[in-house]
Design a protein. Sequence first.
Length: 418
Amino acid sequence: MSYLKLSGGPALQGELAVQGAKNSVLPILAATLLSAGECVIHNCPKLKDVDASIRILQTLGCRARWEGHTLIVDTAGMTCGEIPDGLMREMRSSVIFLGAILARCGRSVLSYPGGCELGPRPIDLHLAALQALGAGIEERGGNLYCSAGKLHGSEITLSLPSVGATENTLLAACGAEGTTVLCNAAREPEIVDLQNFLRAMGADIHGAGSSTIVVRGGKPLHGCTHTVISDRIAAATYLSAAAAAGGDVLLRQVDYRHLSTVTAALKEAGCTVHSGSDWVRLRSRGALRAIRPVRTAPYPGFPTDAQAVLMAAMLRSRGTTLFIENIFENRYRHVAELLRMGANIRTEGRVAVVCGVQTLHGAKTVATDLRGGAGLVIAALAAEGESEIAALEHIDRGYEDLAGNLASLGAQIVRVDK
Ligand code: EPZ
């Protein structure tokens, strides 16, 4: 089993180009099913979740090949088959394929996507929206039997701005005759990126980035070429690492506007942050100060995916910082592992109280989930002595070469593949 071996201490120095956005490319890969053509997707990160999505496409009869960081997907041979249970379970967000398959094939059978490390991951909003567009959905024996003779436009309001439900609805709406108005839609930058991809396929869609998105569906779509936006959470991770370890790091290929709540928190903690059209630079002396309560919220609020990495940066700060996790029920699983490194954190439900300590010490730890694992890496960079981090399969889901990137900035970190 692979693990990371780190020695804390060195400050981080240098420049890094940030990977393409995982949470953008996954719905975009589902969207390729909307046309029987070839899509060329540039700036595609090489991640476990992307591999899982490619295997889903291949199971459905599509072809995909890499050319560097460009992924070329040909969906002409789609057979409208089923997504096997194992693949559905491998990646919780595989439910995102449902809307596109219904739009292309009119039917789909897939197993109920399991929960994950963050707690139950309900899909009731996805299913209600697809039913409003005319899909018949029957849950039987852990499977979803979905049929949609012809999808039709509808006015849909989400009870909460779910990212996945927004994406599933937009993909199905592209295949629905008539106009769909989606209210209380998620406003994340990845939704805007998906809209741009769909427009490149010929879709008539407007409003992404706001709470109301309008799709005039039923038009035949075609293949396209698209460049995926930068991964704002990967950027937040590297900035938090520099804040914690100290140093001077410049990130390229970053839209600073997408991570303004994270850079604002790091500035409040005492870092110097400058940004330009496609770069962000952070300088830190490593000794941070506590900040006002961090409340996770749907975009443009503080991203839940950056909670663990900012928490890791605050472990040695002077004072106490409160975290309130409002999006997921169980997103403090990394705390127990941080305590092994000498952190002082108390959790109660959605609240975590982080009291800064003078020193963290290296320890053997195990990643519990994708962003929690990244948090352990950041804490180890700020700790005295050696650390090991196992269960890298979590980290590999969302970070392309995290260890290599941090090593290029001067971190003493190696990946040991057993
Ligand atoms: C997306 O997950 C991201 N994943 C998550 O990133 C991210 O944390 C999350 O959005 C919030 O920003 C991808 O884009 C692949 P939601 P998603 O639907 O779509 C509840 C990472 O680390 N809910 O916005 O699953 C749900 O339980 C991952 O990269 C329902 O109740 O998130 C949660 O409490 C982790 N019913 C809240 O809404 C539903 O039908 C927000 O979930 C759907 C969601």
